[in-house]
Design a protein around this ligand. Structure first.
Ligand SMILES: [Zn+2]
Length: 487
């Protein structure tokens, strides 16, 4: 007797042999996949506690989003002003100011839930989040609050902190009951201690709570004293990752890859994920291939505006590349289906090749490839017997996807979007059915998010006006506006 049996579906397995079953079935026992195959191989009289007849629908592995930022769902859209009187409203400064000073534990909790709900409803069953824009590593309680919010939705949440980027010195604020705050200095030693404590103590507190080492960057610094500091930080992050068996997840751009390779090459390995990696040199492209470090490419990220990410050069050299959302601020979403499409458009346009980035490859880059880089590919990333039962059902019986059946992999990658995901199963539990989340009160998630946003707004006072300022005329103008910083 199975626990769940999904039958009569088009099953896209994303397994190593690229099996596609039409019609096919998927059977779940406990939290694992017990059987996957064509309908004619389903044992006669096979029974299950819950049977889902998915005729005309598409069954796929749960999607894996390898990179997003805790906090961003409550700061999205903000920080567009380029008026010099609002110098502190520029995106990067604004984000750090909010996350280091104005975000309390409830902010992190409410944002964690909102982000996880958004991801889950788009079919993402495993999501990686760095706490903050560059992480806020002063205390583990903020990260735990973020986990508390996210795991209650049913998602498999992989979150972490690590060393933050400069400039130093830094302060953090702790909010008191009476809406006053206490300022505290943040030291580099403290960020290392917090990272280690988080990985040691938070990992596994919930069965779908995975705490990893996630420094803001492991990049390159020109000044000698910053160079030594960067090397120290990198070594500490690596030490913690190795001590606790954590993958290492970070941002790293062109120049930085060479710096890390020259100074701490041990950091570059198959369970190291390097996000964005625009402006790579030819040598750095080769370094990706040589070391097996995985490039986590966000097709819709702003980093691509300044410099190109040579995805296909890395792939052709033999390197690994995953597609990530970089959700969600200032102008993105966790709809990874959108990133699949944008990925195809930008790289096809660059290479003038309409068949580049084929849909099957694209699906692997949102499932098994990031799973491997996170060291989780034995459990997730494809529909194979023995793996965790992380499954999505896409409603392909809709005008924009019908008639469904011919070239199904192309059909879903080209034409589906996040809202087409009807059912989400994680660990063998139905977390969404008919687009209704089963584990949590979606209205409550929204009202908590609204409250956290209002708290932030009130505490920001006049600063909020700067953060939300924009030029009404420019909003409808065709003239170019130069942003002081595009990150
Ligand atoms: Zn990022």
């Amino acid at each position: 007797m199975y626990d769940i049996l999904i039958k009569n579906a088009t099953v896209i397995t994303v397994d190593p042999s690229h099996h596609l079953y039409q019609p096919g079935y998927v059977a779940v026992k406990g939290d694992r996949l017990a059987a996957v195959g064509p309908m004619e191989e389903l044992a006669e009289g096979a029974e299950a506690k819950k049977v889902i007849d998915a005729e005309g629908l598409c069954v796929m592995p749960g999607l894996v989003d390898g990179h997003g930022h805790g906090g961003h769902c409550l700061t999205k859209t903000l920080g567009e002003s380029n008026d010099t009187q609002f110098a502190d409203a520029w995106w990067g400064k604004m984000a750090e100011d909010i996350y280091f000073h104005y975000a309390d534990e409830f902010f992190w909790y409410a944002e964690g839930a909102l982000a996880a709900a958004e991801r889950l409803k788009f079919g993402i069953t495993t999501g990686v989040s760095m706490l903050g824009s560059t992480p806020r590593p002063d205390r583990v309680e903020n990260l735990q609050a973020h986990f508390d919010g996210s795991v209650k939705t049913g998602i498999r949440q992989v979150s972490g902190v690590g060393s933050c980027d400069g400039p130093w010195p830094k302060t953090t604020w702790l909010w008191n009951e009476d809406d006053t705050h206490t300022e505290r200095a943040l030291t580099p030693e403290q960020m290392v201690e917090t990272t280690e404590r988080a990985v040691r103590e938070l990992n596994g507190r919930h069965k779908r709570q995975i705490c990893i080492v996630a420094p803001g960057s492991i990049g390159w610094k020109e000044k000698a004293e910053e160079r030594d500091f960067a090397i120290w930080k990198n070594k500490e992050m690596y030490r913690i990752a190795k001590t606790y068996g954590s993958p290492l997840h970070t941002h790293l751009y062109g120049g930085g890859v060479q710096f890390v390779y020259d100074t701490t090459p041990e950091l570059l390995e198959p369970t190291t994920s390097l996000t964005h990696s625009t402006a790579l040199s030819q040598r750095e492209i080769e370094i990706f291939a040589e070391t097996g470090a995985c490039l986590f490419h966000g097709p819709t990220t702003r980093a691509n505006i300044k410099n190109r990410c040579p995805v296909y050069e890395v792939l052709r050299a033999g390197g690994n590349v995953a597609i990530v959302t970089d959700g969600v601020s200032p102008d993105r979403s966790y709809d990874i289906w959108r990133d699949m499409k944008v990925f195809q458009v930008i790289h096809r346009a660059h290479d003038n090749d309409p068949l580049l980035a084929p849909p099957g490859k694209v699906l692997e880059m949102c499932t098994i490839v990031p799973a491997r880089a996170l060291g989780m590919d034995k459990d997730i990333g494809s529909l194979e017997v023995g793996k965790k039962a992380d499954i999505i059902i896409v409603n392909t019986r809709q005008p924009h996807l019908a008639p469904f059946g011919v070239m199904p992999v192309q059909r879903v990658v080209y034409h589906a979007q996040g809202n087409d995901v009807d059912t989400v199963i994680v660990d063998g539990e139905v977390m969404m059915e008919g687009r209704r989340m089963t584990q949590c009160d979606e209205k409550r998630i929204l009202s908590d998010a609204e409250k956290a946003f209002e708290d932030m707004k009130r505490r920001l006072g006049d600063k909020f006006k700067a953060f939300s300022a924009y030029d009404q005329e420019a909003l409808y103008s065709i003239r170019n506006k130069t942003m002081p910083s595009i990150y």
